[in-house]
Design a protein around this ligand. Structure first.
Ligand SMILES: [Zn+2]
Length: 77
């Protein structure tokens, strides 16, 4: 019964990407800009600012996404 056992994927689906899918193109672009601006937007600040817009993202997920420790890693070629 264990023939098709496979290791569990270490990376879960990225919450940033899930969230981005729900935004319109302009907001997607803006979010990318904020994510790229690590000086201004520390994970905590970005998490809180997005939260004030009703978008719940944990700062750790922002960190993971920036470090490509998320499922986006597999999506990028
Ligand atoms: Zn990601």
């Amino acid at each position: 019964m264990l023939e098709d056992l496979e290791p569990v994927k270490a990376f879960r689906s990225c919450k940033i990407r899930t969230l981005k899918d729900d935004l319109d193109p302009k907001d997607q672009e803006l979010l990318d800009t904020y994510l790229a601006d690590v000086e201004t937007w520390t994970p905590h600040k970005l998490s809180r600012a997005l939260g004030s817009k009703g978008l719940k993202i944990d700062h750790r997920q922002i960190d993971q996404h920036r470090d490509m420790m998320c499922s986006c890693k597999d999506a990028v070629k």
